[in-house]
Every structure is written in C-alpha cells, then in structure tokens.
Design a protein around this ligand. Sequence first.
Ligand code: HEM
Length: 495
Amino acid sequence: MASESVTLFLLCTVVMMVVKILMSFTKRKIYNFPPGPTPLPFIGNLLTLDINRQDFTLMELAKKYGPIFTFHFGRTKAVVFVGYEANKEALTTANYDFGDRGEVPIADDFQKNHGVIFSNGELWKVTRRFTLSILRDLGMGKKPIEGRIIEELQFLNAAIQSYNGKPFDKKVFYLAAPNITFGMLFGRRFDYDNPTFQKMIKIVDDIVINTGTPAAKYYNVFPILKYFLKTPGFVVDRINQLNEILKVLFKEAKEVKCEDSFRTYTEAFMQRDEREIVTDGKQKIFTEKNLLASAFDVMLGGTETTSTTIQWAILLMMKYPHIQKRAQDEIENVIGLERPPRWDDQKVLPYCLAVVHEAQRFANLFQYLPHSTPSDVHFKDYFIPKGTMIIPLFSSVLNDETQWETPKQYNPNHFLDADGNFLKKDAFYPFSKGRRVCAGESLARMELFLFITGMLQKFTFTPPPGVSRDDLDLTPEVVFTMRTKSYNTCATPRQ
Ligand code: HEM
C-alpha cells in the first residue's frame, strides 16, 4: 500500500514537471529577426566588416539581404536599417520604439548611464526633456542666441583676418562654435588663446579621436578587451581631467554672477532638487555626476559637430570656387558686404542655405549612432526582443540614390528647385529623426548658416600657394565623427 502511494506520488511529480516544462515552452516568446549573413561562433560577421567604413559594408550587405537585416557584432545581434524608407519607418513611426541607446562600453565607462547622449531609460527621458527645455529657455534657435552667434562671428572673422591672407590651419574654424555652447554652460565666452579654453578643446579632440579608433570599436564589441587596451583608460583619464576644469568653471560662474549675467544650463540644473528621482524610484537625476555628464554631452555636441561641419564647408568652397563665388554673389546682392547676416536672411539667401545643407549632407558626420529597443518590438513581420541593438544608418539615407540626384558629389542643387528656391528634403538626416533626434539641432542650424555665410561675406578661401584644387582630398578621416583631413587655407578679404 505504502509503495503504491510512493509510486503515485512520484508519477504525479513527474507529470507536473513535464506539464511545467511544456508550459514554459509555450510561454517562451518566439522572436523573429530579419535575415542576414550567417554568423561565425564568437566573432559573428566581423570578418566581413570594414571597421572604419562600417557604412560601406552595411550598405553592400543591404543589396543582398534587403534594407532591414541582422548583422552580428561578435555575439551581439544588431538590426540594421538601410536607406531612406527603412529609416523613416523605424525612426519616425510612433508605434515602434527604438529609442534606447543600449550599451556603448567606450562611453559607458565614463558616462555610466548619465547625461543625454549615452543614457537609457527614465534617466535619459528626464535629462533629455530638461536639457531641451533649458536650451530653449536660453534662446536656442531664437533671437538671444542669434545675437551671440553674430557677436562670435566678429571674433572669428578677426582671427581669420589676423593671418593677412597667409595660409592658416583649419583649426581656426574650430574655435567659434564651442564659445556658443560654453556660454550656455558657463555664462561667458573665452578668448581663443585662453589656456582653459584651449585645454578643453584639446581634451574634447582627444576624446573624439580616441573613441573612434578601431581599438575602441572592437572594445565596444568585446568589452573584455578593456584589460588589454590602453584606449579605455586614456579616455576615462581625459574625462576626469575635464571634469576637474568643469567643476572650477561652475564654481566661478556661481561666484561672479551679477544682475545682468545670463542664466546658464548649469545654474538651472543645480537649482533642481538633487533628491529628485526617476519613476522607478532608484536613480537620482539632478546629481553632480549627471550635471558633469550632461555638460560634457552639450560640450561634445556643441563643439565637434558644428566645427567639423564648418571645416567641411570651407574645404568644399576651396574645391569648388564657382560655388563659393555664386554664394558670395548672392550675399553681396541681397544683404551687401557690411551688415552681418541674420537668421531671417535664410529666406532670401536660398543658394547659401543650400550650400550649407549640402555641406552637411556631404560631410555625413555620423555613419550611425546605435539605438536599442527598450521593450520587445513587433516591426513588420519581425519580432525583435528588448535590448536589441538597432543601427539607423544615417550615411545610407544621406547617400540614398532614390533621394539624391548625385549622392557622391557635392551638389547644392540637391536643395534647390528649378526656380532656385530652397527645397526642403525629407531625406536630410544629419541630425537623425524621431525620439533621439539631436537635441541641439536648431542651434546647430543657426550657427552653421550664420558662421558660414558670415565668413563668405568677408573672405574668399583658396588653397595655399603651391596646392592645386585637385590636391584637395575630400576623403574623410574617420574618428568618432567623419572629419576632413588636415588642410591649410588662405583667406583673401573681399572689398
Ligand atoms: C552640425 C551639428 C550637429 C550634428 C550633425 C549633430 C548630430 C547629432 C546626431 C546624429 C545625434 C544622434 C541622434 C540619434 O541617436 O538618433 C545627435 C544627438 C545629440 N546632439 Fe547633436 N548634432 C549637432 C550639434 C549639436 C549641438 C550644437 C548640440 C548641443 C547644444 C547637440 C547636442 C546633442 C545631444 C545632447 C544629443 C543626444 C540626444 C539623445 O540621445 O537623446 N548637438 N546629434
């Protein structure tokens, strides 16, 4: 009798276990990724990847697998979106949320899920919302900042003038834009030879270069490399040095604050209650760590991107003097050579506006910045799990043959209609689109238009003696962004 009970008990237990296992199978979600090249164990599809021009490899693969496919970075699966249509659907359709950043080890080492660019989840949402609202309060894209940019343009033109037509390095074009964002952060501008200013620019430069090396890119795929590579440690050291400078500047800004000094991003940040936490109740938001991380993001956004685009624009003007001349004629005929350009002038300077937009399209500053799925996403026939890396390939939109007549050429006509009016293009993606669209877009647009037209109003840029236009190399140097190669230029004042 006793043995029958034991047998019955064991039988029940086995049946229950089998039922439980079967149930766990039925509950298990069946994910369905887009097709893609077959991965090798551990390294995935890395053997096929041009590490510096990942956009070239991914665009090539799209010819075989279609505009949405899966690529394995080592053991990390990524869903890649190639071309205008695929990116438009992924980034701008409200139903699909690809809005997290995911893990980027080279940046996570120092940002640790703080700031705006590399953060995720609730902290990102709150910090981004705060950043956008303060930048707007500080006049981003509006009159007060327009005034600051026009003032800074005079300093930039004076720096260019000081070379008296002799050759100078493209680095000069890097100095004006940072002063606009530094003003928002610290409430002051810096002379270009100020040692603190120079130091901050140098640190940002080091970080931009070192986070874009092949070593850093492999580290992002295999974080274990941290113990073998110098780059991750070097980047963290530089950030720590920058943070020490920022702390001093924040303190100074607080001490010298007078009636008419303007409110800064930093001040607004510090006025928020440090104990404020995100809705999951775990992470505090307005802490010193998040202030430093967010300030760094605004600095990075406001320094490297705009300045590098200006460097591209001047290189292109030297390469294509007939385009430079046509832009200058438009400026001269419409606003003359004295009054500095204003933001409103974009309505009456369509050719110049096209020159600036096309410089951004051609410069193609970011091949992509990774996104990630904050939750499971049903996209078309696919079911993509939470935490999947998403690659919106901006390069492929800016070079999409269905959207641009001559994608490989610098051609301002891309942005002009038959009557010479400015033509907005939906495939203009340098700032990305959707949930993670650049937080400084309206500031950057204003800066680019005013700085570039303001320089062309006063100077004609030519290659230095002995360098022909054919010698000017438009192949980008790939770092964290896509920069121009080093160059010198001569600026001849216009009468
Ligand atoms: C020519 C100039 C600029 C270009 C081409 C540019 C481009 C971009 C791109 C492509 C992204 C990533 C979007 C994505 O992940 O989908 C981004 C993000 C960002 N940019 Fe810009 N940017 C520029 C200027 C600026 C300026 C002037 C600022 C600051 C005032 C700024 C602040 C930011 C921030 C904070 C983010 C992170 C947004 C987020 O992840 O939510 N950018 N930018």
